[in-house]
Design a protein around this ligand. Structure first.
Ligand SMILES: [Zn+2]
Length: 101
C-alpha cells in the first residue's frame, strides 16, 4: 500500500495537497486530471486512484479487506453500520497497516 505522507498523485506523481478538514475526501489531480481519493492520517495524506462510480464505502472496504483478510463485500457491510468515530479508527488502522508493511 502507498505510505501515508506520500503526497503524490498515484498516476503522474505530481505533489498534491490534501483538502482541509476532511479525513476522507476526493480530489482531482490538476496535472493529469485523475480522480483521486484522499485519506488524511496522522503522518499526512495519501492519495489513491478513484474508479468512476466507486463510493466512499466501497473504497474503504477494498482497503480494509486487504488488511483484515475478508472480502470487500463483508467489509462494506461492516462499514455501512459504522459511525464517524468508527471511520476515524478505521483510517488509523489503515495507517498502521501501511506503516508496518
Ligand atoms: Zn496526476
Amino acid at each position: 500500500m502507498t505510505r501515508f505522507g506520500d503526497n503524490r498523485c498515484p498516476v503522474c506523481r505530481t505533489a498534491l495537497w490534501a483538502p482541509d478538514s476532511e479525513m476522507i475526501g476526493t480530489k482531482k489531480c490538476p496535472r493529469c486530471g485523475a480522480e483521486l481519493w484522499v485519506l488524511v492520517g496522522s503522518k499526512g495524506p495519501v492519495f489513491f486512484a478513484r474508479p468512476p462510480g466507486q463510493t466512499k464505502c466501497q473504497f474503504l472496504a477494498a482497503l480494509g479487506a486487504a488488511i483484515h483478510g475478508t472480502t470487500p463485500e463483508e467489509m462494506e457491510a461492516v462499514l455501512k453500520k459504522a459511525d464517524s468515530l468508527d471511520i476515524v479508527e478505521f483510517v488509523m488502522e489503515l495507517e498502521d497497516a501501511a506503516g508496518s508493511a
